[in-house]
Design a protein around this ligand. Structure first.
Ligand code: MBD
Ligand code: FE
Length: 304
């Protein structure tokens, strides 16, 4: 054989797949042949060298080293590759016919900054903590102050033509960044649990709280995911968004985000999470010293 001709051991792939034993975890036994095939095909297709593979290993190791309960760099790496959005889409297709047909609210990715146990607050209260003129972003917080209201409704896919009905005691769990583009756990200058809260809907399914219009912000770009973006000549910005997890007894829990339509990054989200039905329009709010803007948004959960 000519020495410049590349010849790969295709049977290696088969050997790796065949090495799986009869008592393997069933789901792994089902998915690993595909993973191994795609992984090997990728390496052969791009002529992956040892040096390149070592660089990739270092990237993944660095992501792992940086990940903790304040920062999930490995998840961020998946996010910039579109994997969290893809998995969310696949999950919706498998388990939720209604979200696919557009009758329930579409999901969006969780992202790396959710915290459990945000305070349960009364409707009509504010998730903006300690807002005084001493806060560096005070002016912008006042300019972006927003009253967000809406209802949580139930859609039953068994009765697709029935209009959605209000859900009492649904929990609306919300979180977003400060005007400096940082979540409270990323920012020592913010009080614990700032811009996070949970609200229970009333008998008519309504929730209401004060928050801020969200700002566009760069995902953390001082780590390996950020370095990777730079190597790809990609920007790190996400359009301004507010995260929600909406849950109610007997319903599929909805993890989603809403996106402010004023945002220039709405069509170039660095983690590919924007969906048309999740783009919202804030309206000016009259005669409320606590809010310059208002938004009404209904969440439709799927029964089952
Ligand atoms: C975020 O704030 C976020 O919501 C996602 C999905 C990824 C990175 C940063
Ligand atoms: Fe986010």
């Amino acid at each position: 054989m000519h020495s410049s001709e590349r010849k790969f051991d295709l049977s290696l792939t088969d050997k790796v797949i065949a090495a799986t034993g009869p008592n393997a975890h069933p789901r792994l036994a089902q998915v690993m042949p595909s993973l191994v095939r795609h992984l090997h095909d990728f390496a052969r297709e791009v002529n992956l060298t040892v040096d390149e593979w070592t660089t990739a290993i270092e990237l993944i190791n660095e992501c792992g080293r940086m990940s903790n309960d304040r920062r999930n760099e490995t998840q961020l790496l998946c996010d910039i590759l579109g994997l969290e959005t893809l998995v969310d889409e696949i999950t919706a297709n498998i388990v939720s016919s209604a979200s696919v047909s557009g009758t329930s609210t579409p999901s969006a990715i969780l992202g790396p900054f959710y915290r459990h146990d945000a305070p349960l607050l009364p409707n009509g209260s504010s998730i903006v903590k300690d807002l005084t003129p001493a806060v560096p972003w005070y002016e912008q917080a006042v300019a972006d102050s927003a009253y967000i209201t809406g209802r949580v409704l139930s859609h039953n896919p068994l009765f697709p033509d029935m209009p959605p009905t209000p859900l009492r005691n649904a929990i609306v769990d919300v979180w977003h960044t400060a005007p400096n583009g940082l979540y409270e756990q990323q920012d020592p200058s913010q009080p614990d649990m700032n811009l996070r809260g949970r609200f229970a809907t009333d008998a008519e399914g309504r929730y209401a709280f004060y928050a801020l219009r969200p700002v566009a912000y760069p995902i953390p770009d001082d780590g390996p995911a950020g370095k990777f973006l730079a190597l790809l000549d990609r920007h790190p910005h996400r359009p301004g968004h507010i995260h929600f997890i909406v849950s109610a007894t007997g319903h599929r829990t909805l993890t989603t985000q809403i996106f402010d339509d004023r945002d220039e990054y709405i069509e170039k989200d660095s983690v590919f999470a924007v969906k048309d039905d999740l783009v919202v329009h804030f309206e000016p709010r009259e005669q409320d010293p606590q809010a310059k803007w208002t938004l009404n948004y209904e969440f439709v959960l799927e029964a089952g």
